[in-house]
Design a protein around this ligand. Structure first.
Ligand code: PLP
Length: 386
């Protein structure tokens, strides 16, 4: 058998740490490695595979579209792109969409939009308030927007114009707002740092502040969007709408696609302002339209809310000092530094979980997760935690 980890060592840049497993196929919430071992997957390609692995309708849509038209560039119209934009807008809030290929690019578009909006509407204001611990991507601008110096410090000098405040601290946003401020950019639930939900009332107060001070509210729903939290979009829990919302991760069912949606107030892009060669190509849009269709037809948003509650309560007896999350976006934090050995023990027992650091474990399973699968996962985690 090919030694994939050894080849990866030689031929791939060492940008991340990989677990010692090589996956070759999957079905639903199950995935199989190159020795034929089965795993129950509660990470889903990091909150990407909303419909699980190898969903037959996504596979069929991709295959059909690939046989007709894969790519044209954005020099022309294509039907799948327009149809996907219409569906996303109908599901979210009055807006228009820009398509790209990843979460970082969706946020990059949002940042550029805010800067242009500030030049026009706020006397050249350009500063964006973001939060410590947030994650917005790995491009220079988005890694600076994100509030985790471990990801940005090695790449100094960083772009100007980002101010970080503590998450869930509304007063800190008030005090950080100046003439130079153009926008507040937040995750409705901080994901990458280990699932920190917005405190009750926080998003609503930030929305009101943005209205009062004439700022844009940018919500990064790259991880929280599309049913993940038990609503189509996490901001709907707070009863508010952002001016700009970014999506990616789950949108294409595993095919790379990102989107930036802006309401009429924020939508200041004009021809020539921004672009992407691959962004919103027919293949990715056909996949995404199918993902949205299946989520809706199969009632997966409500199902995610229900399974989220079940998952949350099942995590209560693992000896963690805290269990936190919203819908199928859950994490638990151990007092002891045992998240990584826990992740390894689970992997060896056929369960995929994600240790975000030494203490916290993140679960972002497919929305199709069942009660039986939660039970099966719990049985493994109980042993792993012991
Ligand atoms: C994953 C993530 C991103 C970055 O997405 P990429 O597709 O990896 O560029 C941005 N924001 C949030 C909230 C994310 O979870």
């Amino acid at each position: 058998m090919v030694n994939t980890p050894e080849l990866a060592d030689r031929y791939l840049m060492q940008t991340g740490r990989r677990l010692p497993v090589t996956f070759v196929r999957g079905r639903g919430c199950l995935v199989y490695d190159d020795t034929g071992r089965e795993y129950l997957d509660l990470v889903a390609g990091i909150a990407v595979n909303l419909l699980g692995h190898a969903h037959p309708e996504v596979a069929a849509a991709v295959s059909k579209q690939a046989g007709e038209l894969i790519h044209t560039s954005n020099l022309y119209f294509t039907q799948p792109q327009v149809e996907l934009a219409q569906r996303l807008v109908e599901l979210s809030f009055p807006s228009r969409a820009f398509f790209c290929n990843s979460g970082a690019e969706a946020n990059e578009a949002a940042i550029k939009l805010a800067r242009k909006w500030g030049a026009r509407n706020r006397d050249g204001a350009f500063e964006i308030i973001t939060t410590t611990g947030s994650f917005h991507g790995r491009t220079l601008a988005t890694v600076t927007a994100g509030g985790q110096p471990k990801y940005s410090d090695p790449f100094k000098p960083l772009p100007d114009g980002f101010v970080h405040v503590a998450y869930n601290d509304f007063e800190a946003i008030e005090s950080a707002t100046t003439q130079k401020t153009v926008a507040v950019m937040l995750e409705p639930v901080m994901g990458e740092i280990g699932i920190i939900p917005a405190a009750p009332g926080y998003l609503k107060r930030v929305r009101e502040w943005c209205d009062k001070k004439n700022l844009l509210l940018i919500l990064d729903e790259v991880q929280t969007g599309l049913g993940r939290t038990g609503r189509w979009f996490a901001h709907q829990h707070a009863g508010i709408e952002p001016d700009v919302m970014t999506l990616a991760k789950g949108l294409g069912g595993g095919i790379p696609i990102g989107a930036c949606l802006a309401n009429p107030r924020a939508d200041v892009f004009e021809p020539g302002d921004h672009g992407s060669t691959f962004g919103g190509n027919p293949l990715a849009c056909a996949a995404a339209a199918t993902v949205l269709h299946v989520i809706e037809r199969d009632g997966l948003v409500g199902h995610a809310a229900e399974m989220g509650e079940l998952l949350h309560s099942s995590l209560g007896d693992l000896g963690a000092k805290q269990v936190r999350g919203l819908g199928l976006m859950q994490a638990f934090e151990f007092e002891e530094a045992k998240a990584k050995p826990f992740q390894q023990a689970c992997l060896e027992a056929g369960l995929i979980v994600n240790a975000v650091d030494d203490h916290s474990v993140r679960l972002v399973p497919p929305l199709i997760l069942t009660a039986n699968e939660i039970e099966r996962a719990h049985a493994v985690m109980e042993k792993g935690a012991g």
